[in-house]
Write a protein that binds this ligand. Sequence first.
Ligand code: IPE
Ligand code: IPE
Ligand code: MG
Length: 240
Amino acid sequence: MAEEIKNVPRHVAIILDGNGRWAKQRNLPRTMGHKAGADNVETISDVCIAMGIRYLTVYAFSTENWKRSEDEVSYLMGLMRWYLKNYLDTALRKGIRMRVIGDRSGLDPEMVEEIRRDEELTAHLTNLELTFAINYGGRDEIVRAVKDLAEDIRKGEILPEDITEEQISRRLDTRELPDPDLMIRTSGEERLSNFLLWQLAYSEFCFTDKYWPDFSEEDLRAAVDSYSRRERRFGGRKQA
Ligand code: IPE
Ligand code: IPE
Ligand code: MG
């Protein structure tokens, strides 16, 4: 049963950053930081359910993260595949719908099959809609949407003058999700690193110095508390 919290964000998006520095601080290999980071996703998902947050989207691997060493990339891919396979039981038990956004054509076919299975088997669940951004880049997502739109124009199904924001939104990977209300980035970095460029247009931002594996229930509650006291104007102005 979710708690009664005033002004809880419907959709929270998190840039999970600082796994490497968390490990370094402990003289551990970076891979251990990634493992601790993956474990923390489950912890924070539970807190979201308790607080009544309906959507959680986590940035796990960007289109730019391929630039890392071959060892790190292959560890991360293996970890995500393992996670997507193992988390299914937990998701079914806790009523969590799973989704993945990003360019699947760049992923291992076995991982794509795992994603398809997770999405299909959890499609009816509504306690939390948990989305993993994997091989995701905001610019790449917009390019893919624009290509799709251009194709429809070529086929004569839509005229250039009929293009609206809605025509673009519904071609993005996030078409089934509301825009995030709150975006959190851990580890002290204050940039988007190509995350949800279109969708974060009017989201509230919250930055914390905590490394992702250390980001706790208290930290999420503090971010939500800060969010709940903000006034969102969306370009308008409050009537006196
Ligand atoms: C975030 O942690 C996880 C991914 C980007 C995959 P990092 O690996 O970026 O950790 P830092 O920023 O080097 O500490
Ligand atoms: C952003 O973190 C991507 C993810 C968290 C998946 P990075 O660590 O890759 O971002 P930069 O390179 O510091 O901008
Ligand atoms: Mg980083």
